[in-house]
Design a protein around this ligand. Structure first.
Ligand SMILES: [Zn+2]
Length: 271
């Protein structure tokens, strides 16, 4: 069997020749890359520039799943130029180290991309989820998240009640909360951290959002695709969605969600 790709693995791909961009006001970036000799290609480009913040990045991963990304913020300052124009000597860790400012992109990132003998990328695992009714028939299509799968209460004034069944502990865990998150390591510095005040570097984690009874998030630093997390809705209705996607699946009483790590990964270009 093919060995699963883990968080933080490095790969060398062929040098990039074509690109696409997701994000508003990206004409300057497009023309800089085109002037350097890159070809703008809407379908199946070698890499994608995510021009904006976290929301743009999540959208670009949905539109171009698994195609290597380079992240550029609209700002004119980033970790590469934040100290009097000098490059920082210590590495900036985590998600922020992926984002260049538009100045740095124009100044050296685009050129470096063009001169790459090969494209070095780092992998991050994604999380998938599917909803089923009590008869086991799938509701809607399977969802894929870069940050997290959300199973949330449908009405903000009513808590969600249900059970979580973890693959390594068959005893159901009953919960009353605003929702359940199944987050990737990549997403752990986002909404997961806001809810739990914790982060992790590898794998995925399950956490409750605003639970009535405190429950420590369960972090799996190594997880296989067949190791599933089941969340059953027992009372009140729920919503299932991935990241900030508008695609929402409604969950009735008795419906359940199966979530696991995905075979697919996201890749970010190392400059
Ligand atoms: Zn910068």
């Amino acid at each position: 069997m093919r060995k699963s790709i883990e968080d933080g693995q490095l790969f060398n791909l062929k040098p990039p020749k074509s690109f696409s961009i997701i994000g508003k006001n990206s004409n300057k970036i497009k023309s800089s890359l085109t002037k350097l000799g890159f070809k703008f290609k809407k379908s199946n480009p070698d890499f994608v520039v995510s021009f904006g913040g976290d929301g743009t990045l999540l959208a670009s991963e949905r539109i171009y799943p698994s195609i290597p990304k380079i992240c550029v913020r609209h700002d004119s300052i980033c970790f590469k130029c934040s100290k009097n124009g000098k490059v920082l000597t210590h590495p900036v860790k985590g998600r922020e180290s992926l984002f260049y400012c538009s100045n740095c992109f124009e100044k050296f990132v685009a050129q470096k991309l063009f001169n790459m003998p090969f494209m070095k990328v780092k992998s991050y695992i994604k999380v998938q989820a599917s909803a089923f009714n009590s008869k086991g028939i799938q509701i809607g299509k399977s969802l894929l998240a870069l940050n997290e799968i959300n199973i949330m209460h449908q009405k903000p004034q009513q808590a969600l009640r249900g059970q979580i069944i973890l693959f390594d502990n068959k005893k159901p865990i009953s919960f009353v909360s605003d929702g359940v998150l199944i987050a990737s390591a990549f997403g752990s510095s986002g909404y997961f951290q806001s809810c739990t005040r914790k982060k992790f570097n590898k794998g995925l984690a399950v956490a409750l959002v605003n639970p009535v009874r405190l429950w420590k998030p369960k972090i799996y630093s190594s997880i296989k695709e067949n190791q599933k997390i089941k969340v059953i809705v027992n009372r009140r209705h729920g919503l299932l969605y991935a990241d900030n996607s508008e695609e929402i699946i409604k969950l009735d009483v008795g419906d359940f969600v199966l979530s696991s790590r995905s075979k697919e990964c996201a890749y970010f270009i190392e400059i």
